[in-house]
Design a protein. Sequence first.
Length: 365
Amino acid sequence: MEYKIAVIDGDGIGPEVCAAALQVFDAVGKKYRHDFRFEHVLMGGAAIDKTGVPLPKTTVDICKKSNSVLLGAVGGPKWDGLPGHLRPEAGLLGIRKALNLYANIRPAVLLNALKKTCPLRADIRDNGINIIVVRELTGGIYFGKRKTVDKSGGADGDKTYAYDTEKYSVDEIKRIAVKAYEIASKRQKKIISVDKANVLDSSRLWRKTVHELNAEYPDIEVVDMLVDNAAMQLVKNPSQFDVVLTSNMFGDILSDEAAMITGSIGILASASLGGGNLGLYEPIHGSAPDIAGQDKANPVATILSAAMMLGMSFGLDRESAAVEAAVNSVLEKNIRTADIKEAGSTVVGCKEMGTLIAEEILKAH
Ligand code: NAD
């Protein structure tokens, strides 16, 4: 079967980590007889340099016609002085909007080989950490009505005030909850839905809607947890979490917290999904200008993002698991990029890490 993948290499280490992920796609294609076709498109600083804008229309058109999109990273000091709408990051927000990607999926998995990078106590981390945060991405307080009313300079002092509004509709809650139910049905069949229902009306509607939907997924257990407790439980007992479903702002904070208890930024993958099968898959790290062009970047986050694409967009669960297994097996041999090296590690560059993981896929039974 043929799969068309739009590749946004982006800036800094973006092209290096994408190249390593494409090697992995090629190995999967060879081993399992799939035909992955890549079309490289411009976004971010690279697009600004060539076309004057961070997200050219042709990029959006090609992404929309593809089966999925792989993104390296965008941005860098070269473009920092530009006005907001012309900066590389505007490309990121633009592509998410253009593809209507309302669900952000962030796994936080403590790989066996990288246990030592976990900042938690050994007795806690040894119970295992394998969490997927399902975060609503296009609603809530980041997109609600906001205003700063300037009342400074009055005779009775500075009475300036500002507000932001958290607003969620039933439909917005339902569509993100459906994603969480679908993901949970392939995993441990448990969702922890995080809200602040003891204070917020929007959270009470969230809770009611999530539970009503439970009737359609009777084999999934849904547990509610207040966000302040969730933040605490993530460090106290992370193994109780499997799928975490939450709103835009709570998810922003909790997904970073969950990610960091699993260690290095160079290994963390993510997906942004909409209604159909098309998704945008990217590492959570940025363009790392400090190491760009030196073959020092860790490509594992991008390779694990590719594994997510195989499973979530193409339904190739066996292939997705094979990529994850290959990553684990290379790391277990203590072969590392410099950012995650330990005592006795064989340190390799970005390109070689990609090659070794690709070879491992071809070798596996
Ligand atoms: P960063 O993630 O690029 O780098 C932070 C630190 O982590 C650096 O020391 C870097 O060398 C290291 N690092 C990151 N990824 C690594 C990898 N794969 N392997 C080894 N080391 C890695 O964050 P930053 O420095 O705050 O941002 C740099 C640029 O990236 C900025 O322009 C920022 O706007 C942009 N950015 C883009 C995205 C994105 O495209 N999604 C996300 C975050 C930041």
